[in-house]
Ligand binder design. Structure first.
Ligand SMILES: Cc1cc2nc3c(=O)[nH]c(=O)nc-3n(C[C@H](O)[C@H](O)[C@H](O)COP(=O)(O)OP(=O)(O)OC[C@H]3O[C@@H](n4cnc5c(N)ncnc54)[C@H](O)[C@@H]3O)c2cc1C
Length: 335
């Protein structure tokens, strides 16, 4: 995955209302909502968004066709426009700290370079990592000739000779979606089960099935995929390979928050468990985007970030009102 460094704001010394961990679509939209609500918010982002290999983002109205780097650059500018800070860096640890004098929650976030910041609330928007099957030559084409999402790059590979490298039961449905995009589709079973009924359904749609193992992906002279070499030595020309990846929420640095996790069926992936508006079982910590919704695209991730942020703002407003009332009743002056 690419790393793209960008201009970083300085980390503030004082406690902030919220730290957002991860500055992709989910984190930046969350930060935008918080900043516009006059919350002090700091996004900490290591600059490796999931769709970094893609030349353009598709399937989201108005922004369709825009490079992901451009969307994130504009997103950071918009967060900063309202006073939010975006810090380039990697969170190494995040954990609850001692509460404030009035009992409000506190979290300590430590960056890999040793800097720390204290926040009242945390939004985890770290995205996910796509784990590809271990096929020699496959990984170097990820996001170009090796694709996973018919809605992201399906139109761009329409009518090409496409091969589905099966990874499990989810690949069956994947094949039907890619069949919508090309008449020339081969399903490489790769030792995954395919019952007679599914074989008949594939045959009815003109999807060819290859049970011989794929040994390697062969590169074309133009740098793309030429095809696959099978275990029996045969070569099958394919320009595009579709792979349902194992989707693994990015948890590096998050252990101290002790967020519960959940496995998806059929080894499809592992996510942070969440409830309404990205709430978690850990008071004061929310999750949004691919870190908890493994199938969310950019639009859904951004929307989830915005929803979680509005919930954070709402609960902060309630907590502040509770504290003000308690102070008023005890005769202590507050803001
Ligand atoms: C090749 C490819 C192409 C795609 N194309 C499309 C498309 O065309 N349209 C579409 O809608 N969707 C597309 N997607 C899906 C899209 O990438 C995701 O929906 C989207 O990125 C999810 O946003 P997010 O904010 O949850 O996560 P991300 O965008 O992955 O952002 C997470 C951020 O958190 C940061 N981070 C992680 N851990 C830490 C840490 N410990 N400390 C600090 N920062 C951290 C990362 O560096 C990253 O910047 C594509 C995906 C792939 C793989």
């Amino acid at each position: 995955m690419q790393t793209s460094a960008y201009a970083s704001d300085a980390l503030p010394g004082e406690t902030v209302d919220a730290v957002v961990i991860g500055g992709g679509a989910a984190g930046l939209n969350g930060a935008l909502m918080l900043a516009r609500s006059r919350r002090s918010v700091v996004v900490i982002d290591s600059g490796t968004p999931r769709n970094a290999p893609a030349e353009a983002m598709h399937g989201f109205i108005v922004l369709d066709g825009t490079p992901p780097t451009e969307i994130l650059k504009r997103g950071r500018e918009q967060v900063r426009q309202y006073g939010g800070l975006v810090v380039f860096g990697k969170v190494a640890s995040a954990e609850p700290a001692a509460p404030s004098a009035d009992g409000d929650l506190r979290f300590t976030i430590t960056l890999a370079d040793g800097r720390t910041i204290t926040a009242r609330r945390v939004l985890v928007a770290t995205g996910l990592r796509d784990v590809l099957p271990d096929v020699p030559g496959l990984a170097e084409h990820w996001g170009h000739s090796v694709v996973h999402c018919p809605y992201c790059h399906g139109w761009e590979v329409r009518d090409e000779p496409i091969g589905v490298l099966a990874t499990g039961p989810a690949s069956i449905h994947h094949a039907l979606l890619f069949r919508q995009l090309t008449d020339d589709l081969v399903y490489f079973t790769r030792n995954t089960p395919l019952d007679e009924n599914t074989r008949a359904r594939f045959a009815a749609r003109g999807i060819r099935i290859v049970d011989t193992l794929v040994e390697e992906v062969v590169k074309a002279d133009d740098g793309g995929v030429a095809g696959v070499r099978l275990a029996d030595g045969a070569f099958m020309a394919r320009r595009v390979l579709a792979v349902a990846t194992r989707m693994q929420a990015r948890t590096e640095g998050m252990d101290g928050l002790k967020l519960p996790m959940e496995d998806l069926p059929d080894d499809m992936g592992r996510r942070f468990a969440s409830g309404m508006a990205g709430t978690t079982e850990v008071p004061g910590v929310w999750v949004a985007g691919n870190a908890t919704d493994l199938t969310a695209q950019v639009g859904a991730s951004a929307a989830a970030g915005a929803l979680a942020a509005s919930h954070i703002n709402a609960l902060l407003a309630t907590a502040e009102t509770d504290a003000a009332l308690a102070a008023a009743q005890s005769g202590t002056a507050t803001a």
